[in-house]
Design a protein around this ligand. Structure first.
Ligand code: HEM
Length: 396
């Protein structure tokens, strides 16, 4: 390795794992581009960061998602950017919508929707599996949660793409900035309308629940509510679309795994776990040091921007024997959903979506071959996954 690696090059987005292995061996806490963030690649160091929000503040998420050229981004004010104890108040409020019972209640509707998506997949001719398969299910689930108009589902993805690309755009890349500013303005306008509508006519959706909710007698402010909706769009849509895409790629790259799954559907949850671990769709967790601190033998100054690379941590040999290998028989791990106070609120929902979608895909087809053209990877520091998967599905 020579010089500071740039994690946003197309080659590294497609396959960062050899670099991560080298960093874990030789430079476990070291600076990377864009922006000279301190990348944390080993399990032990990652735990030290995620368990210690007093020194490694989530203000780093706020800073990275609202660069000066953007001029404001509600997600940078969301609970994703707050530390305890302020974080806890908001988390308590929104936790209620994501209890196991609340998630189980969604299952029949998600199952029906997934079956419709799978049945519409063409067999024996080229298809891009991101718009045809990976996107519709998470967009439907998020739309249902927030009570959004179904006609906006494809729009949601365009917005989420723009919002997650903020972390990959440099100050001098002015032509890439305008679409992001526009997306922030459009989402803000649209979400404000949704909130207003629910205020006037409450329903059985999350926004209505949050408008009714009180902690210590206090309701969420309008800004807090909008910030949370932005956070859900970022945290709940893009990550899950990427997980679905990574599931398709895993089936395409490991036909022997697909065969085992087709013979025994009880292995599907394990398959999803191993895709989460090896693909790490929630890829980079952003923190900011509040004081000088030593991490992995390196002295970080106060105000250092830190990115915990879950994609590397989830393959660390100290925790995952033969960690680079896709192993259907490996027990699952919570790690792909983070650790500590910000542990993913939507983990159960994401797992459910991926399980149902994989089952439906196995029902629909007997094999998946690469189509014409390359797989295209989304450029972002915080998430990782394909934005296009040319493929051909073969009949079951
Ligand atoms: C494969 C899918 C998903 C992955 C890999 C994933 C991963 C993660 C990770 C790693 C974090 C921790 C961030 C940090 O520590 O800075 C997180 C937080 C979060 N996730 Fe997810 N997520 C997924 C799906 C979802 C879904 C479906 C939702 C909701 C519909 C969701 C909502 C959130 C929220 C609101 C947070 C912030 C929690 C907090 O700040 O307390 N995620 N997610």
């Amino acid at each position: 390795m020579t010089g500071r690696p740039n994690l946003m090059t197309p080659e590294l987005k497609a396959n960062p794992f050899p670099l991560y292995a080298e960093l874990r061996r030789n430079a476990p806490v070291s600076q990377v581009d864009p922006g000279g963030m301190w990348a944390v690649t080993r399990y032990d160091d990652a735990m030290a960061v995620l368990k210690n929000p007093r020194t490694f503040s989530s203000a780093g998420f706020g800073l990275a998602t609202n660069p000066p050229w953007l001029g404001g981004n509600p997600v940078s004010q969301s609970m994703g950017a707050l530390d305890p104890p302020q974080h806890g108040r908001l988390r308590t409020l929104v936790n209620r919508a994501f209890t196991p019972t609340a998630v189980a209640r969604m299952e029949p509707r998600v199952r029906d929707f997934v079956a419709r998506v799978a049945t519409a997949l063409p067999l024996g001719r080229p298809v891009d599996m991101v718009p045809a398969f990976a996107l519709p299910v998470p967009a439907y689930v998020l739309g249902e949660l927030l009570g959004l108009d179904p006609s906006l589902h494809s729009q949601l993805k365009r917005w989420a793409d723009q919002l997650t690309s903020v972390t990959a755009i440099r100050a001098e890349e002015t032509e890439r900035q305008e679409p992001v500013r526009q997306a922030v303005a459009e989402v803000r306008r649209y979400f404000s309308e949704v909130v207003e509508l629910r205020r006037q006519r409450p329903g059985e959706d999350l926004v209505s629940d949050l408008l009714r909710a009180r902690v210590d007698g206090e309701a969420l402010t309008q800004d807090e509510l909008l910030a949370f909706m932005f956070l859900l769009l970022l945290g709940g849509l893009e990550t899950t679309v990427h997980l679905m895409g990574l599931c398709v790629l895993a089936l395409m790259e490991h036909p022997e795994v697909m065969e085992r799954l087709r013979a025994d559907r009880s292995l599907v949850p394990n398959f999803v776990e191993e895709v989460l671990r090896t693909g790490a769709p929630g890829h980079g967790l952003l923190r900011l040091t509040t004081e000088e601190v030593e991490l992995g033998g390196v002295r970080l100054p106060k105000g250092a921007r830190v990115v915990v690379l879950l994609g590397s941590v989830c393959r660390d040999e100290s925790q995952f024997k033969d960690g680079e290998r896709f192993d259907l028989d490996r027990p699952g791990s919570q790690l792909p959903f983070g650790h500590g106070p910000h542990y993913c609120i939507g983990a159960a929902l994401a797992r459910l979506e991926a399980k149902l979608a994989t089952e439906a895909l196995l029902e629909r087809c007997g094999g998946i071959s690469p189509g014409e053209g390359p797989v295209v990877w989304h450029r972002s520091m915080v998430v990782r996954g394909p934005s296009s998967i040319p493929a051909v599905l073969h009949p079951a």
